[in-house]
Design a protein around this ligand. Structure first.
Ligand code: ADP
Ligand code: ZN
Length: 751
């Protein structure tokens, strides 16, 4: 879809048509139905304000729901039930958030009650009182300020040191980012009188700009400043290290000074905890964080601090877009191209797009930032809906890495690494610098094959091969999580001739440790960092130079700053060229450049060797020789010619069933319903195409067969009209017990 969602106005749901008669309260209840439910008020109608929670009878039980409004119904009073209890005297959600969630539920055609449930912190969802203690944070006492170390307690020392370099009070949620067991670490520090808990200081300190912006940063900042009081969408298009964050900070400083709040959305926080410190220290204000690692209480505290206006900055992952912020003055969406801003299950919203909707309604600026902007945003920019602000040079004088395509076909390649890469690694290591090898595949080998009969060990539940995990001695399916011991014999012919085929991070780790025994190899992937705290430890080892060779998956690609890395090898760069999805190539280009951005950040120039089996492929050539912009322009042309987003609007109806044909039969029926509806509406049939049903790219997943129907339209309106018709048919489908289905508007991928 297109991010600004211009011209989209949701159709009124059946219950929004006011009728004369009985006064009722409309309640969004978390059940898989699109509509709200009408209830009789107890006492005065006006105390049921939108955004208040109520307990209502539902079926044979009771539920907690959110009031979305009041109205009148002509239904007989005997058919209506009364609300059991009003939980809030003041709404827990302000009108603009109720409006945003309602709008989003309508746009994404998702049950409105479930949308509200997604947006509320668990404790509020479960009905506990919205009252929490006042937002607080942790600071060093005078004694703490003069203490450098807690003897025999490294975790306490580390936390103490962290507080030492932190400006102002540090919240529970931020402590959690720093140390996953922070609560146990903090207790003794408090009892020793080194740290105290304080009610957060509501006045921001005097924030000083320590970095003088360069000319391009200055221009970007001025442009946003000039639009600070209205809706304005900027795309900061700047390579990694070009100083985008400094521009965000410069604008945020002004916003906070004027008494307003800033919302920063990121794809992931766990990978870049230093960003939070950077905001807090640069702005000297109260920064709150919402991320997936928080427990319910910490989440509630952080949410509340934003909602009562005491937090100046809220940094969060996608669901933070729904957090109430009474004085919101600016939204920043960093890494706006990243797919994790789109929720891929349940309520499938795109946080960047909702940020734009929210900013428009609040009449405030929204700043998107990326080194590799999404094709959607570039398309928007070309239509004049977004203002592009370029940062073309690296701040602090660092130079861009040189990118070289290396042919990885033929005999030169040992275990997937070309001689050229190995040779350059040797040179870099001898100079005392670091090398990084990137491969987007964890485990030891992606395939375990029998040399005698050539059969491959597959997952019993999915159409997929099992990945060999040598460290744990297991075969694992990366799609459904199934696992079993690595067999000694082929499961088809029972020969003892099983061999590993292909490379994963474990195998490259093993190979390089062998090849360069005098250097330390550090593997960073989901497996090596699974245990709590391991990721932080690994990143610290990488940044300090304690390990000289870094091997990793895309976990390495995001945001980290490794100043000593001067060589990056990207192994299977070209997998995306032949991906099954319309977005594969775009993602490939973004990933290559994000990985490349790790090299030469500081004063040392870097080199990136991109290995490919298709080095002559025109898109790879364009990406490496002419840059991301040219690459994106070509991709946009292709999308236009082949009718894919952002040139058409699409929705994907996915279905799955335990039997082979169930899902596609179901979708065939649905397609008939759509075609039946559409024939009478020329204005819709002229625009809409319904493709499929087709098997999902991986038909069988976790034992279920998957099929999909693609709805596609040049105009947004006809598509949404059809989805509005379709939803009730889906909800009342008698097959629903056997068939699981989901509707994905503006899907991120087709997988
Ligand atoms: P990005 O967000 O685009 O990756 P950052 O804002 O993190 O870039 O900047 C990269 C590095 O350059 C940081 O260490 C930052 O402090 C430094 N930096 C940014 N702008 C300037 C500037 N104008 N002068 C000096 N250093 C800068
Ligand atoms: Zn599986």
């Amino acid at each position: 879809m297109q991010a600004t969602l211009d011209g989209f106005s949701p159709d009124s749901s059946p219950d929004s048509q006011e009728k004369v008669g009985q006064k009722i309260v409309k309640v969004a209840v978390a059940v898989p139905l699109s509509r709200t439910f009408d209830y009789l008020p107890q006492g005065v109608l006006t105390s049921y304000r939108a955004g208040c929670r109520v307990v209502v009878p539902f079926g044979r039980s009771t539920r907690i729901g959110v009031v979305t409004g009041t109205g009148e119904t002509t239904l007989a009073k005997s058919k209506l039930k009364a609300i059991s209890e009003l939980l809030d005297s003041e709404p827990v959600l302000p009108p603009e958030i109720v409006e945003l969630i309602t709008w989003a539920a309508s746009y994404y055609h998702h049950p409105v009650g479930e949308a509200f449930a997604t947006a509320l912190p668990v404790q509020l969802r479960k009905g506990s009182s919205g009252d929490v203690e006042r937002p607080s944070g942790y600071v060093l006492t005078e004694a703490g300020k003069t203490t450098d170390e807690v003897k025999r307690a490294p975790a306490q020392t580390a936390l103490l040191q962290f507080l030492k370099v932190s400006v102002g009070a540090v919240s529970a949620a931020e402590c959690r980012l720093f140390d996953n067991r922070w609560s146990a670490t903090m207790k003794p520090l408090i009892s020793k009188g080194l740290v105290e808990k304080v009610v957060a200081d509501f006045e921001p300190g005097e924030a000083v700009a320590t970095i003088a912006l360069n000319e391009e940063q200055q221009l970007a900042s001025e442009k946003i400043h000039a639009n600070i009081d209205r809706y304005y969408c900027a795309l900061i298009d700047g390579i990694t290290g070009s100083g985008k964050t400094e521009v965000y900070l410069d604008v945020a400083r002004t916003v906070i000074k004027s008494g307003k709040q800033v919302l920063v959305l990121l794809p992931e926080i766990g990978l870049t905890p230093q960003l939070v410190s950077r905001f807090r220290n640069a702005l000297a204000c109260q920064v709150e964080v919402l991320h997936s690692g928080l427990n319910d209480t910490e989440r509630m505290l952080a949410w509340h601090a934003a909602a009562d206006g005491s937090a100046h900055v809220l940094i969060g992952t996608r669901s933070a877009v729904f957090t109430p912020m009474p004085a919101l003055g600016l939204i920043v969406v960093d890494e706006e191209h990243d797919g994790s801003l789109k929720q891929q299950d349940g309520f499938r919203y795109q946080a960047r797009d909702l940020a734009m909707v929210r900013a428009r309604k609040a009449a405030i600026p929204v700043v998107l930032g990326s080194a590799t902007p999404s094709l959607e945003s570039l398309h928007n920019a070309s239509r004049g809906l977004i203002d592009t602000l370029y940062l073309r040079s690296r701040a602090a004088g660092a130079v861009l890495p040189k990118m070289v395509l290396v042919d990885s076909r033929g005999g030169e390649v040992e275990k997937g690494l070309s001689n050229r890469l190995l040779l350059q690694m040797k040179q870099v290591l001898e100079r005392g610098e670091q090398a990084m090898v990137f491969i987007n595949r964890r485990g030891y080998a992606p395939v375990l094959m029998c040399e005698t009969c050539t059969s491959i060990e597959d997952c019993n539940q999915c159409d997929a091969h099992m990945t060999v995990h040598a460290h744990s001695g297991r075969l694992r399916c990366h799609h459904c999580g199934a696992e079993r011991a690595i067999p000694l014999q082929c499961s088809s012919c029972e020969a003892n001739t099983l061999i590993n085929v292909g490379m994963g991070t474990e195998r490259i780790d093993e190979y390089l440790s062998d090849k360069f025994p005098e250097y330390k190899v550090l593997r960073i992937d989901r497996d090596s960092t699974r245990r709590k705290g391991e990721l932080q430890k690994h990143l610290a080892m990488a940044a300090s130079g304690e390990a000289q060779i870094l091997v990793g998956t895309q976990m390495l690609a995001k945001g980290h700053n490794f100043p000593l890395v001067t060589l990056v090898g990207i192994l299977d760069a070209d997998r995306g060229l032949f991906g099954a999805d319309f977005r594969s190539v775009e993602q490939m280009g973004q990933l290559i450049l994000q990985v490349a951005g790790r090299a030469g950040r500081a004063d040392k120039p870097g080199v990136v060797l991109v290995q490919s089996r298709n080095p002559e492929h025109p898109l790879l050539q364009v990406l490496l020789n002419d840059g991301y912009r040219q690459f994106a322009t070509q991709l946009l042309k292709e999308r236009d010619l082949t009718s894919w987003p952002p040139y058409v609007y699409i929705a994907l109806l996915r279905a799955e069933s335990p039997e082979k044909t169930g899902a596609s039969q179901f979708l065939t029926e649905i397609k008939k319903i759509i075609n039946g509806q559409v024939t009478d509406h020329a204005e819709i049939s002229a625009h809409l195409s319904v493709l499929g049903p087709a098997h999902a790219p991986m038909e069988r997943l976790a034992g279920r067969y998957r099929s999909q129907l693609l709805l596609l339209s040049k105009e947004r309106k006809p598509l949404h009209q059809v989805l509005t018709w379709l939803r009730p048919a889906l909800e009342t489908n008698p097959d629903a017990r056997k068939i699981r289905w989901s509707l994905d508007v503006d899907p991120y991928d087709m997988l």
